[in-house]
Write a protein that binds this ligand. Structure first.
Ligand code: PSU
Ligand code: MN
Length: 299
């Protein structure tokens, strides 16, 4: 595999078994508009530090996977405008051809593991898309979480996906799904879906213990902070409109999620942006707390 560029601060923390939290870049380049994305990126790093861990935002720059970005590199990821969305299968081509791109949950998880990072915070996991029976559109995120021993903190999956099918695949692939102070699987903008989670924990120490005992990847599902949960009528309206837009514009494959997100952000006049920011910040904070526990307990 192509050599990684690990930022000095991240490398030093890993060498000393101090807590590190990986952060992904696709939510910055493809999930949030500029200039909001850079403000969110900075805030994510800040809350991770405040909780006592070192942030490592991951992206591929000029063919080199970067684990931890300088502020100018972060700026580039947020403002370049031409970064490719790189899933795990895209890493070889992007690196060999010297390209730059943002990493998804799948590729960020794999790169975090390659660097020795055990905890990763994101917004929403990719999953089984609606209509997957015909399209076979199932995110590689599921496969990578199933095969890589990294704890992924997320706010469930968006209701733009087939949530029931996503949870079934996670079960088939033996991914533990653990609710953080919830017994329901969260639906990104909404705190609860109709689906239950098989396990729940009440604090970061329990989450760390579960991860250490399982010895494999897991999902820690953290609901959006209550104050920022989207109104359900607004949510349902945006969802119907967004799904119609996909059909009308014949959007497929890796463009599906960015197009839907864009629709939510513009049609909700920023409500979904605030929601998105606050849930990722909450996930980054929780991920840092779990990383601190993992180091402290010497798991
Ligand atoms: N879900 C979101 N926001 C996102 C994504 C998913 O709510 O930005 C991004 C993540 O990077 C995720 C990727 O890993 O989309 C999944 O894309 P696909 O379905 O093409 O695998
Ligand atoms: Mn897909």
């Amino acid at each position: 595999m192509t050599p990684l560029h690990i930022a000095d601060e991240v490398a030093a923390a890993l060498a000393a078994n101090r807590p590190v939290v990986a952060l992904e870049s696709t939510i910055l380049s493809h999930g949030l508009p500029a200039p909001r994305n850079l403000a969110v990126a900075a805030r994510l790093e800040e809350v991770v530090r405040k909780a006592g861990a070192v942030p490592a935002t991951i992206a591929v720059l000029d063919g080199v996977p970067h684990i931890g970005l300088s502020s100018s590199e972060l700026d580039r990821v947020c403002n370049a405008g031409d970064l490719v969305k790189l899933s795990l299968r895209d890493l070889g081509p992007a690196c060999a051809l010297g390209r730059s791109g943002a990493t998804t949950v799948a590729s960020t998880t794999a790169l975090a593991h390659a660097a020795g990072i055990r905890v990763f915070a994101t917004g929403g996991l990719g999953g089984v898309h609606r209509g997957a029976r015909e399209t076979w559109d199932v995110s590689a995120d599921l496969d990578v979480v199933a095969t890589t021993p990294v704890l992924v903190v997320c706010s469930g999956v968006k209701s733009i996906l087939d949530m029931g099918a996503t949870l079934e695949v996670l079960e088939t692939r033996s991914v533990p799904v653990v609710g953080y102070r919830t017994s329901r699987f969260p639906a990104f903008y909404r705190r609860e879906s109709e689906f239950e989670v098989p396990w729940r924990v009440e604090d970061a120490a329990q989450a760390a213990a579960v991860f250490a005992a399982g010895g494999r990847g897991m999902l820690l599902a953290n609901p959006i902070p209550a104050a920022f949960e989207m109104d359900s009528a607004l949510h349902d309206r945006l969802l119907v409109e967004g799904l119609r837009k996909l059909v009308d514009q014949d959007v497929r494959g890796k463009d599906v999620t960015p197009v839907l997100l864009e629709h939510f952000h513009t049609a909700s006049e920023g409500v979904s942006l605030d929601a998105n920011e606050e849930l990722v910040v909450s996930n980054a904070t929780l991920a840092a707390d779990v990383a601190v526990e993992l180091s402290a307990e010497q798991y």
